[in-house]
Design a binder for this molecule. Sequence first.
Ligand SMILES: NC(=O)c1ccc[n+]([C@@H]2O[C@H](COP(=O)([O-])OP(=O)(O)OC[C@H]3O[C@@H](n4cnc5c(N)ncnc54)[C@H](OP(=O)(O)O)[C@@H]3O)[C@@H](O)[C@H]2O)c1
Length: 298
Amino acid sequence: MTIFALNNSNMAKRILVTGASGFVGSRFVSAMRDKYELLTPSHHALDITSAEDVEQYIAHNHPDTILHLAALSNTWYCENNPEESYKVNVTGVENLARAAAKHNAKFVFFSSDQVYNGNHEQGLLNESVELHPENHYGRHKLLAEQRATAACNDSVALRATWMYDHRREGMPLHGNFVVNIKNAIESGTPIKFATREYRGITWVEEVISNLPHTFSLPGGVYNFGAENCLNSYETACAYCTLLGKNPEEIIIADKDRFPEHKRNISISMQKATKASKGAIKFSDTLRGLEIFEKRNNV
Ligand SMILES: NC(=O)c1ccc[n+]([C@@H]2O[C@H](COP(=O)([O-])OP(=O)(O)OC[C@H]3O[C@@H](n4cnc5c(N)ncnc54)[C@H](OP(=O)(O)O)[C@@H]3O)[C@@H](O)[C@H]2O)c1
């Protein structure tokens, strides 16, 4: 376990970050290590699937906030390993929520926009729509939200979108929207994007900078990422144009994917913005991509 020193006592918070070695966790720790006292046990040091280990860890280290980022985050892997997905993505969340309630810690964890993947509504979706997720990952995230609330009614679940970043030393990077398109441009291999899919895509840096505002949200479920009204093909074409490339040479319109119904998992950010009195704000997907490119090309 690493404990990072605290620089600003006015902001004193002792935060347990699970999944600190992951894509989001490593970036959160790097950005916030001077602002908070961070407890960052590795997977080996704290396996969240053990209720006993979770309880002991929290009883011993008494964090005032738990930012739970550990998960099986690959939807394909979860689809093929549903029992393991359930154990980590549902039981793991429940274990932490129980311990948070018992030890009076604020519990904030990441759900996903994939909870909306069975919905047929169009437009930006809000948190009150009835849900029918179509894959194990989405179903397990939804179940986790319900179990967390039952165990600790002050829990905050954040329905995150697909996130992106560029390579950063010492931090993991998954395949993501910008990397996939840049690889396609570099290799000259065109890449398909669905015309029948609608989703927000968010720069992880905006996620990290908004996270501290979630620690004081009232318990509940909140969408948490960029709004986007374009379909994935249109979004990819717009990004290509932003990079100064001709989208017709790189982006292929995939009109066959999602034949049953349009896949719309685009989120509305109204609830979190209102609950945080405007503190939580995200650029929409295209504006986020513009800011990302400006910042990373100076
Ligand atoms: N990345 C995205 O675009 C995206 C989109 C929507 C939602 N989310 C959600 O956001 C959260 C963070 O995602 P991420 O991309 O940062 O995930 P990630 O890069 O896959 O990292 C997952 C972390 O969880 C740890 N972990 C896995 N099983 C564990 C266990 N049983 N006990 C303790 N630690 C365990 C991993 O440690 P080891 O590597 O050592 O096993 C790793 O540090 C997740 O809840 C994910 O579902 C992510």
